[in-house]
Design a binder for this molecule. Structure first.
Ligand code: SF4
Length: 317
């Protein structure tokens, strides 16, 4: 039974056709206009404290599993927080914007206010508070899994495949565990402060997407898709089967066609939902009285070569 990256997985560097990641597919399903803002207009989004905390916690868990099993303790995880934060800041100094202070008429206040607080997100009073909240999530992690007893087969792994000879699916999985008999468990860490029910369908879509790619490239239907909700300190396991992944593949192909049709017609409509509360682009959204920018006439070269092109996933909270 093959469980490592297959030739199909490795032999796609020259693919110039359309590609789709679970994040961008999820955007289109959530709201076509959100997809346009992110993928076609590429309007920058200010990182929120939740997203930044998610990136930090993912980085710590990644480094925790670099340690020998016996050293993967809660204290070791906590000790990794500060250096991991320094490393993230060195890569992206803009992350400090989550601590910036709005300038008020009174000349401003100390840098203790979070600029953009999403619904349900707790304000961050400063870097100490922020790092403490990341440590709390990591301590909760140890009540859900014992990393000393786990030896992940792959971490932060890019996986991809081409389905129906016309669409490349690709994304990064947080962790793959492979049992001695070749059974695969796909693990995704969720750190966001948003109510779980608001994003559960999106999270499961993401994991089924990975399961489809793994099944098509490695010939194995993952035994378990595991969502680890660090804020809720809860694990959600799901087991897909072949028929479900076949249906899911048809769904993804239909979604890609819908994206192509919307792109050809330049028609991306807003689809308001409770997720609008987490959207960075409300001010430009007609559903909230805004006006989108003109549709870009110049398409970046990368996208011209891949009409439905979507970036690889990132570690989103
Ligand atoms: S505010 Fe809501 S409807 Fe508007 S673009 Fe964002 S997600 Fe879509």
């Amino acid at each position: 039974m093959q469980t490592g990256p297959s030739p199909a997985e490795l032999a796609q560097p020259d693919w110039t056709g359309p590609s789709l990641s679970p994040s961008r597919a999820g955007d289109f399903k959530t709201c076509p206009l959100l997809f346009r803002f992110r993928t076609i207009d590429r309007i920058p989004e200010q990182p929120t404290a939740d997203q930044t905390r998610g990136t930090l916690v993912h980085a710590v868990l990644e480094r925790l599993y670099d340690l020998p099993a016996a050293e993967r303790t809660p204290a070791a995880a906590v000790d990794l927080v500060a250096p991991s934060w320094e490393r993230l800041l060195a890569e992206n100094p803009d992350l400090t914007s989550i601590f910036e202070t709005p300038t008020g008429d009174d000349g401003g206040t100390p840098a203790e206010v979070l600029v953009e607080v999403q619904p349900g997100e707790r304000p961050v009073a400063g870097v100490d508070d922020f790092l403490a909240s990341a440590k709390a999530l990591l301590e909760g992690y140890f009540t859900l899994e014992d990393p000393q007893r786990l030896e992940p087969a792959e971490r932060e792994q890019l996986i991809s495949t081409v389905v129906d000879d016309r669409l490349r699916l690709r994304g990064f999985v947080d962790r793959l565990d492979v049992s001695p008999d070749g059974q695969i468990r796909v693990v995704d860490y969720k750190t966001g402060g948003a109510p779980r029910e608001a994003f559960e369908a999106k999270a499961l879509f993401q994991l089924k997407f990975y399961a489809l790619v793994l099944w098509r490239t490695r010939g194995v239907v993952p035994r378990v898709l595991r969502l680890i909700y660090l804020k809720d300190v809860e694990v959600c396991d799901y087991s897909p089967d072949v028929e479900e992944l076949q249906r899911f593949e048809r769904t993804v192909l239909a979604l890609a066609k819908a994206i192509e049709a919307a792109t050809a017609a330049r028609d991306f409509r807003p689809q308001p939902s409770k997720l609008c509360g987490w959207c960075s682009h409300k001010a430009l959204c007609p559903a909230f009285g805004g006006t989108p920018p003109p549709y870009p006439e110049v398409v970046p070269a990368q996208r011209a070569a891949a009409p439905v092109l979507v970036e690889a996933d990132q570690n989103l909270a």
